[in-house]
Design a protein. Structure first.
Length: 199
C-alpha cells in the first residue's frame, strides 16, 4: 500500500445546500444522515457484517476489503457536522476545526479536551485546516485569505508554533490559493518548516 496501511478519514455532514438536490437528498436531514453514514463506515470494518442501516443492510453475505490494518478506520469529524459537541467527543477519533484567532482557538481546543475527558475515553487529537499562499520573501507578514493567510515562511512558522502551544496536534496546509509553483512550495515547506516540528 502507498501509505503502509496508515489511513485517517476526515468526515463531515456537508454544508452546501446546492449539493443536496444533485443527490435528491433533503439538506435539513444531513445531521441524521451523517450519524447513519458514520455507523455504516464503522460497521463495515467488521468481518462479514450483518446490520440494518438506511444506506444499505448487509446481512453477512458481503464484505468490505481490505480491512483496516488497525482493526478499525480512524474517523476525524470535521466542524460540527450537525452534532452536539459531546456526541463528537464520544464518537470521533479526533476533531478537525477551522482557523480562528489564537485566543478563540485556544478556548475551543480547551473545550474539546474537556469534553473528551468527560466522555471517559483516551486523549484524542485536534486538527486544524489552513489555506496558505506562501510568498517568496520569508518576512512577508500575514494577510488574510479564505480560511488562511498569504505570508512568508517565518510568519507561517511562528503561527504554527502558536497553534502547537495551544494544543493543536496537526495542521492540514491547503495550497489551493497558493500563487507559487506547487513543487517549489512543497520543497520550501519541507526545508523551512519541518525541521522546527519534529515527529
Amino acid at each position: 500500500m502507498l501509505s503502509g496501511g496508515r489511513l485517517i478519514l476526515g468526515v463531515a455532514s456537508g454544508d452546501r445546500p446546492d449539493e443536496y438536490p444533485a443527490l435528491n437528498l433533503p439538506f435539513a436531514e444531513r445531521g441524521v444522515r451523517f450519524r447513519a453514514s458514520l455507523d455504516y463506515i464503522e460497521r463495515m470494518s467488521e468481518d462479514a457484517p450483518a446490520f440494518e442501516n438506511s444506506y444499505g443492510s448487509p446481512r453477512g453475505g458481503m464484505d468490505m476489503l481490505p480491512k483496516p490494518m488497525t482493526g478499525r478506520l480512524p474517523l476525524l469529524i470535521t466542524g460540527g457536522s450537525q452534532q452536539n459537541p459531546e456526541w463528537i467527543a464520544r464518537h470521533g477519533d479526533g476533531w478537525i476545526t477551522y482557523p480562528r484567532g489564537i485566543d478563540a482557538q485556544a478556548r475551543i481546543i480547551s473545550d474539546w479536551r474537556t469534553r473528551v475527558e468527560a466522555a471517559g475515553g483516551p486523549s484524542k487529537p485536534a486538527m486544524q485546516s489552513l489555506y496558505v499562499d506562501l510568498t517568496k520573501d520569508p518576512e512577508v507578514p500575514p494577510q488574510p485569505i479564505h480560511l488562511g493567510f498569504r505570508l512568508g515562511s517565518n510568519h507561517l512558522r511562528a503561527y504554527l508554533k502558536s497553534l502547537e502551544d495551544i494544543g493543536v496536534n496537526h495542521v492540514a496546509l491547503n495550497l489551493r490559493f497558493n500563487q507559487g509553483d506547487t513543487e517549489e512550495t512543497m520543497n520550501r515547506l519541507a526545508e523551512e518548516l519541518l525541521p522546527y516540528f519534529p515527529g
